[in-house]
Design a protein around this ligand. Structure first.
Ligand SMILES: [Zn+2]
Length: 418
């Protein structure tokens, strides 16, 4: 048996007036997903546990069958893993954004005008980090360069409990009310102010080559302690992705990762390359392949329903269709699951936590194999009602009418593998 999960990040949406009250998924031409829905089942699953923030970190952990309430230990530590930095028990990490502050006067009155330092290129970020590094190291921390503005602060054997603010949440506001508090709060606020002094004087900033002039610490994390996917589910798992966060989750779960060099993690990507990477993982012996596509989420963040429709259509045409054909030709029984991790409604440009629609298809041979009983780690709710196959289209509205409502990603993984 083979299992394929197609994860359309942030795809789920709300009805949009300019689309005649329909969602991008409902409007998009998706002959392949439509075919799968006409022979499969559609339902809804809660991927973000009550009280947790609807981040892609939390929601993708859930879809891979890990309860975020138990296993989520922060975003920065997953990104550290993706960059090959090993976090040991006791280590603490934070995101160290290169941000832009503007305004005269004392540090606390400065305005956080860009959380990304003008999307600073790596080549400019490197010398700025070199300039700030001695300050950070003297205080007992390490500073690692990441991609663009997304760098990493690390304390070997550090303390948790520092309360921080994501800089993208306070753009245009004075920073005084949002400086770190808690365990390392005073120390972090001092280091951030000192980094601002150093970077403001840097030749690259003075000459106007970059606006990034301060380090901003947030997103505390500790070493993820996920049980290995293979040990937990008895299956060899592989992941195709572009963004560090998913790469980090896959590494933490001990899954093989393929990042196609032409995949972007942006609003448009090389969909065909992701499809080929998934085929390669299956060919190398992976039994479950998780293909993550960031594009629909980015379109949601940019409030762009037309781009989201194009992304969904491209995923249907260049990933869902060819992978269905490939698995069918191989003749092995397979199950295919398509879903978003969370909604990113274009109207608000950010994530929400409500349950997401999923589509589950089983090949005829997989249907026949279904009676073999529970699999390791299975926990399907006892009162589960499955809708008749082919009864519902794969849209948010249709899924909302389905009797199939799963309380967690773990339950969905159990349904997929049962
Ligand atoms: Zn997002």
């Amino acid at each position: 048996m083979k299992y394929l999960i197609i994860l359309l990040d942030g795809m789920a949406d709300w009805p949009i007036e300019s689309l005649g009250g329909r969602t991008p998924l409902a409007v998009a031409r998706t002959p392949n997903l439509d075919f799968l829905a006409s022979r499969g089942i559609v339902g809804r699953v809660r991927t973000v546990p009550e009280g947790m923030a609807p981040g892609s970190d939390v929601a993708n952990l859930a879809v891979l069958g890990y309860d975020p309430a138990r296993y989520y230990t922060g975003r920065s530590s997953l990104e550290a893993l993706a960059r090959g930095i090993d976090l040991l028990p006791g280590d603490v990490s934070w995101r160290a954004n290169l941000v832009t502050l503007t305004g005269e006067g004392p540090f606390e009155t400065k305005i956080l005008s860009d959380f990304s330092g003008g999307e600073i290129p790596d080549a400019l970020a490197a010398p700025l980090l070199d300039a700030a590094r001695p300050l950070v190291e003297q205080a007992g921390f390490a500073l690692h360069q990441g991609i663009s503005y997304r760098n990493l602060l690390l304390a070997r054997g550090g303390s948790t409990g520092t309360i921080t603010t994501p800089p993208h949440d306070i753009q245009g506001r004075p920073i005084g009310d949002y400086l770190p508090r808690g365990t390392c709060g005073a120390q972090f606020a001092r280091l951030m102010a000192q980094s601002h002094e150093i970077l403001s004087r840097h030749p690259l900033v003075r000459s106007g080559k970059t606006t990034a002039n301060c380090l901003w610490f947030w997103g505390e994390g500790t070493a993820p302690q996920l049980p290995g996917f293979a040990a937990l589910r008895g299956l060899r798992g592989g992941v195709v992705c572009a963004v560090d966060l998913i790469k980090g989750i896959a590494r933490a779960a001990g899954m093989q990762v393929l990042v196609p060099p032409t995949a972007t993690g942006g609003m448009v990507t090389d969909y065909a390359a992701k499809c080929e990477a998934a085929k390669a993982l299956f060919a190398e012996g992976a039994e479950l392949v998780f293909v993550h596509i960031e594009a629909p989420d980015e379109c949601g963040h940019h409030n762009d329903p037309a781009a989201k429709i194009r992304a969904i259509e491209a995923i249907d045409r260049d990933i869902a269709g060819p992978l269905f054909d490939e698995l069918t030709q191989k003749g092995e029984p397979f199950r295919l699951l398509a879903l978003p991790d969370h909604p990113t409604p274009c109207a608000i440009g950010t994530h929400t936590a409500e349950p997401v629609p999923f589509l589950l298809y089983a090949s005829p041979a997989a249907e026949a194999a279904q009676a073999r009983g529970p699999v390791p780690g299975g926990s399907i709710p006892g009162d589960l009602t499955l809708p008749p196959r082919g009864a519902l289209a794969y849209t948010e509205a249709a899924a909302a009418t389905s009797p199939l409502r799963l309380p967690s990603g773990e339950a969905l993984m159990s349904l997929l593998l049962r």
